[in-house]
Design a protein around this ligand. Structure first.
Ligand SMILES: [Zn+2]
Length: 437
């Protein structure tokens, strides 16, 4: 068999109940796909154009960050220690109104891509304004992304008249659909309290007509159910259901303030959910009912949200915190085991964003989105079980990253673009904020 890249001497995660690691394995990557994966003894007559020695490393699927606003890296640390409504109204919305431009979105999203790639995330679901420039940044960084154009009923960056918000989303989808193998377009309706009923229905109709996902923030803060209750006389989830927009291609982000009835509706409609535990903790929004979501069979992904409310984009840290807050919420150490968290960050996350069968697992025939973790380090020794990756690993343990079959990072060196140049642009943009702030 001819292959473009053969990864040798690599460890793979073992099946449950067996040894945690299977040593001495190989992965053959041809073009953008995993051609073959398994014990080295099964690899015979391989003609490889390049060989990568994976000694002392573990291969796992690249992580999937199912909710992020990459460009918000510019606002990292700009306004900490504030509750959500004040944080948004007094700091983030004014900072966005003054600073968000095509240039800002491109460079700050590229910085986010670097941070995510360097901590093992190979696919992200991103939503923002000027999303065209975010999509360009991800494509140039060599990162897989579902890029969702923001829709909101206020004047927004790039869409000064809200009457044009659906048209802008439609143009975005038309431009990016089948344009680049790394980029999948989508629609991102900001929330039930910033979008009218008509806007929500038009956004969902556009998503249905063009066969893309609709993302929406739902029930993030305690204030939201009260707000929607006053405006619509029902809960945020029931409101969206009454509008007919919950289906398997709708991704409800946060779902912190949801009750059993809301979760039953999400499960019945096949709608997806995303939890962003560190952002929920930092803004004191609450803790998502993840255990109930999983028990009801809702497909849940894990997200970092934007860097302004986290303040990092490392999915390993997100997995660790997610598992632990679920245990303290229920005062039950058995709640939401590490394997469920890992599932949400990989194969489950792929399903949430409509990429099942494409990424999120290491199997022949899947896209080659692979990360290699350095095991030759004190905090990952000894490895009694693969759960250690959730509870002890962090993004800096990721040595090498392949996305869509391409080497994007090798031994912690980013190969796909000039990171110092990107950081220089972000510092230039950050200086402007200080001057005008
Ligand atoms: Zn968000």
């Amino acid at each position: 068999m001819k292959t473009d890249l053969l990864i040798t001497n690599i460890c793979l995660p073992g099946n449950q109940g067996e040894d945690p690691l299977v040593a001495d394995c190989c992965i053959a990557v041809g073009e953008d796909m995993i051609q073959q994966i398994g014990p080295a003894t099964d690899f015979k007559n391989i003609e490889a154009a390049a060989v990568l020695d994976g000694r002392n490393q573990l291969a796992m699927p690249g992580l999937i960050n199912t909710h992020c606003h990459g460009a918000m890296t510019l606002f990292r640390g700009l306004a900490d220690d504030l509750e959500l409504v004040r944080w948004l109204n007094d700091y983030i919305f004014p900072a966005e109104a003054a600073n968000v431009s095509e240039d800002m979105v491109y460079w700050c999203t590229k910085l986010a891509a670097a941070e995510m790639i360097m901590s093992g995330t190979t696919t992200v679901a991103d939503g923002y304004f000027f999303e065209h420039d975010a999509a360009r940044a991800f494509a140039d960084a060599g990162m897989r992304a579902v890029a969702a154009q923001g829709v909101i009923d206020f004047p927004a960056p790039g869409v000064p008249d809200p009457a044009d918000n659906i048209i802008a989303a439609e143009e975005f989808i038309n431009h990016w659909q089948n344009q680049n193998p790394l980029i999948t377009p989508a629609v991102f309706a900001h929330s039930p309290y910033t979008c009218s009923n008509a806007t929500l229905q038009r956004a969902k109709k556009l998503a249905r007509d063009t066969n893309v996902s609709l993302f929406i923030h739902v029930a993030e803060s305690k204030a939201e159910p009260d707000m929607i209750g006053n405006m619509q006389g029902t809960s945020p989830v029931k409101h969206l259901d009454a509008l007919g927009i919950l289906d398997p291609a709708t991704v409800c982000v946060h779902c912190v303030w949801t009750d059993e009835e809301d979760l039953d509706i999400l499960a019945a409609r096949g709608a997806k959910a995303v939890v962003c535990p560190q952002s929920h903790l930092k803004l004191a929004s609450g803790i998502s009912p993840l255990a109930s979501m999983l028990a009801k069979g809702i497909q849940v992904g894990l997200g970092t949200d934007g860097a302004a409310s986290n303040n990092g984009l490392d999915m390993f840290r997100e997995m660790d915190i997610c598992a632990k807050v679920q245990k303290i919420k229920s005062l039950d150490p058995v709640a939401v085991p590490a394997a469920d968290i890992m599932q949400a960050a990989t194969v489950g996350g792929a399903e949430v964003i409509g990429m099942q069968g494409k990424t999120g697992a290491l199997k022949a025939g899947m896209q080659a989105d692979i990360i290699l973790i350095n095991l030759d380090t004190p905090h990952l020794q000894p490895m009694h079980g693969i759960d250690l990756l959730v509870y002890a690993a962090d993004g800096r343990d990721v040595q090498t990253v392949l996305i869509n079959g391409k080497l994007i990072m090798l031994e912690r060196k980013l190969l796909s673009f000039d990171l110092p140049e990107t950081m220089q642009h972000v510092r230039r943009l950050a200086d402007t904020i200080k001057r005008h702030g």
